[in-house]
Design a protein around this ligand. Sequence first.
Ligand code: SAM
Length: 284
Amino acid sequence: MRGEYARDVTEPEGFAARTMSAANAGMFTTALDRQAEMDLVRELRTWCRGMLELRPGATALDIGCGTGAELMELARLVQPGGRAIGVDANRPMLDVAGERTSGIPGVTVVEGEASELTWLESGTVDAIVCERVIQHLTYDPVLAVREFARVLAPAGSVAITDTDWSSAKIVVRDDPATTDYLMALFEKLPRPRMANRLAGLELSNYCAAAGLDVVAHRTGRLGNLASALLPGATDGIRAMAMTHLPPAEVDEAGRTLSAALADGRLEVTVDLHAVIARHPARDE
Ligand SMILES: C[S@@+](CC[C@H](N)C(=O)[O-])C[C@H]1O[C@@H](n2cnc3c(N)ncnc32)[C@H](O)[C@@H]1O
């Protein structure tokens, strides 16, 4: 049992650049598809698109495009004559986006790093979307946002959405004792393998440091994330627990989590933040 969980600790894999295996791309796709159906994700995406004021003929970028769901929406808004470019640093994820958008006019997908859009000339992009990517960056996020600012046209806008993992709450419905037990356990663990767990709270600061003006900010509580987490998430929690707790306690925690998930009583909620930022030049 221990060995099974240890695998997850010693072979970290996920959304961080170049860590996703082709074998697991299906699991990541399932999680993103479920999240795309969540009310807050839909609401924030619609709001961001509206704020970006996309027009036919425009060039739009989706940085860390994942399955390509939002890329398709951007493509629709810039047609006829526009371009929607999806960028992703994990080839298996980009393959999914490529397949799902194949044949849609104006769409291209590019394997690339958020902070290295060197193949794009400065000031040539009208709109940039970057949703739940900065949390995974393993370097200073300002480097990426500065690159967004560089490629952005003077009249362009950026929409960045991300998670504040410090706000995460685990609840087992109608079971306060188990809720307290799991929350106490959660507090004892090192934080999820998320490079920037406070990304959602820092978005305005990243934009300011990159020389962009934040013109709007919206936030909401994403819930219930439990069934839309990666299918392996409960094993991941067990794996982290294993390195910090005695084995008997780990097994107990694993059983409790799995049972609550299986009977639909596990609720995981977290705050999402979205900001819209522009070049200072735009309003001069
Ligand atoms: C949580 S997913 C979000 C996908 C999509 N934006 C959405 O909201 O459904 C994070 C995405 O960012 C990509 N990614 C992670 N690090 C990246 C980086 N440094 N540069 C570009 N893409 C990156 C991952 O491969 C993954 O597709």
